[in-house]
Design a protein around this ligand. Sequence first.
Ligand SMILES: Cc1cc2nc3c(=O)[nH]c(=O)nc-3n(C[C@H](O)[C@H](O)[C@H](O)COP(=O)(O)OP(=O)(O)OC[C@H]3O[C@@H](n4cnc5c(N)ncnc54)[C@H](O)[C@@H]3O)c2cc1C
Length: 481
Amino acid sequence: MVDFAVIGAGIVGSAIAWELSKYEADVVVLEKENDIALGATRANSGIIHAGYDPEPGTLAARYNVPGARMIPEIAADLDVHFRQTGSLVLAFSDRETQGLHALLARGQKNGVPGLQILSAEATRALEPRLSERVTASLYAPTAGIVNPWELALAFMETAIKNGVRLLLDAAVTGIGKEEDHYRLRTADGREVSTRFVINAAGAYADEVSALAAGKLFSITPTKGEYFLFDKSAGETVDRVIFCVPDELGKGVIIAPTVHGNLIVGPDAEPVADKDDTATDGARLAYVRSRALQVIPSLPFNDNIRNFAGLRAAADTDDFVIGFQAPGFFNVAGIKSPGLTAAPAIADDIPRRFAAAGYPLNRKAYWQGKRRIVRIRELPAEEKAAAIRANPAYGHIICRCETISEGEILDACRRGMKPVSLDGIKRRTGAGMGRCQGGFCGAGIVAILAGETGIDPLRICQDKAGSRLFAGRTKSAGGTDD
Ligand SMILES: Cc1cc2nc3c(=O)[nH]c(=O)nc-3n(C[C@H](O)[C@H](O)[C@H](O)COP(=O)(O)OP(=O)(O)OC[C@H]3O[C@@H](n4cnc5c(N)ncnc54)[C@H](O)[C@@H]3O)c2cc1C
């Protein structure tokens, strides 16, 4: 019997696990995939929103601004890439300039600090590549950029270091209510008995909630598609660029990434399939045409990858946060700004449980700091010292991103073993560069196989079943698989 079972290990479940790890409680996280952060958390804009967008009074507004305030310190403690870039919302007409004033008023109601309307000249002085058609902008200094899956991994690694247990490949398919606890069943027949359940299952949170009670809300995914540009385009803008929302939606975002690339997107298309992350030429063409209206010189020939993410939009039109039954707590419908809001939502959980009559005690000792060796970011002397101490840091595996064997081994030894090439990519950045893993993939498979004991033929690109290899071509007995 555990105290808490958290269902789902996206940014929300991971932040909650991290928060609960500060308390004297036995916590288990159940995640249906072979790694964490494989839902919306790995395919979004990576923006820490300042907080002028959500309607005042909504849960999204309540958690956005505190989340944005918490992220810089959390990123420093957990050694996660974060940059407080500030953001600009652009207007292209007098009507849109009015829209900026409405956003300013909303932001002030939500408690966003430092908001300012800038003239066209002041806007283009900050970002000279913007279209000359820009008429004004709303500047938000507290907006920033973060690597979303890196933040989730850092939360979960720290939670695990502090006693949380993570069960992977553990899709919850049954929830039974006993007298004073819940009994969770997974698709592969495992059972977990728990006093409390926290449902953080992203796009599937409505189905998980329905396992415990009737359907209280439903979630329709809205797909958003992106272009990711090479680092050669990374300095096109210094800040996050938005447009005033219009009848066609929020418009596309143009933003730097913490790794020095440029991200452009998304569009918004409701879809029926909760796993449909396929990209589509026509949708991408739409994103491209909208982005070119903002920056006519955007170098689309520097595009190195396209991807799509699914926003988990609940039919309540807001986050769904609260008890649905004694001991069963939903954190569902967490669409944008969920990445930003996640730490603030997590921070509130112990208070919500205490208010419901389940108080928690803080641990006397909690290890809250995390440090990662990143060879390419070290000054020459520190790099040399690191390589002297561990020669594997001197063996560069990913040449595009300068990631060493030592960093890949560290990633395998931080409490949550990756089992796929993309698991290494998310933890180290190896394979994220211009060649997208073309050169380093085979070397990484060999290291991963050595560390995990998994037969190299069975190592996946990503989720379970995404096999890289069909069989051996040069073994003595011919193909053997
Ligand atoms: C296109 C797009 C752009 C966005 N941009 C931003 C942005 O710039 N800034 C921002 O703040 N927010 C942004 N968001 C929102 C943000 O990405 C989400 O709010 C956040 O990632 C949601 O996290 P989550 O943990 O709730 O969901 P997820 O990351 O989807 O995690 C849910 C997890 O639950 C697991 N799961 C599901 N069912 C089960 C089950 N039965 N048993 C066990 N595990 C299960 C899934 O495998 C998954 O790992 C964006 C979202 C999208 C899609």
